[in-house]
Ligand binder design. Sequence first.
Ligand SMILES: O=P(O)(O)OC[C@H]1O[C@H](OP(=O)(O)OP(=O)(O)O)[C@H](O)[C@@H]1O
Ligand SMILES: Nc1nc2[nH]cnc2c(=O)[nH]1
Ligand SMILES: [Mg+2]
Length: 159
Amino acid sequence: MSDTYRMDFPVSWDELHRNARALAWRLSELGPFEGIVAITRGGLVPAAIVARELEIRLIDTACVATYDKKDMGDPSILKGVEGAGEGEGWLIIDDLVDTGTTARVVRNMLPKAHFATVYAKPAGRPLVDTFITEVSQDTWILFPWDVAPVYAKPIKEMR
Ligand SMILES: O=P(O)(O)OC[C@H]1O[C@H](OP(=O)(O)OP(=O)(O)O)[C@H](O)[C@@H]1O
Ligand SMILES: Nc1nc2[nH]cnc2c(=O)[nH]1
Ligand SMILES: [Mg+2]
């Protein structure tokens, strides 16, 4: 298991919705955009929220897998994008940039697109055109789709 991450940063659905909306506000000043390329799977939910706010209905996916849980591997491109040329006028959306590896791969596919994420860590920041919240490099962002409510033992029982 990776020892890169020292703490978790849990994000609720409400918080994610609020941050994705804030991202849409920023992007609304920069558009209009012809369409969105969502980087699966993490970019799907933020892309849906931004698409709703910016009234964009043309949505494609770039399917890239770089991590197995918290372990980073080589990025695997499962599907690229056709029909967006070099990406001029297109918006690429992902949930976050960490090392920037995934962003670099998709930027190579669509070098003229605008790259936006909800969260950014310092190493990935230079790869992103617009983001909302910065999180430290040693933090693992825990998304609501990766967690389930479980019983928490009373503190007294844990001492
Ligand atoms: O900047 P990087 O170091 O490349 O990390 C960021 C990428 O890692 C996660 O995807 P992951 O590969 O876990 O796939 P998933 O979106 O399907 O969960 C996340 O959704 C980003 O796409
Ligand atoms: N969920 C999640 N996926 C990641 N992939 C790379 N970094 C992260 C992170 O902090 N959280
Ligand atoms: Mg991803």
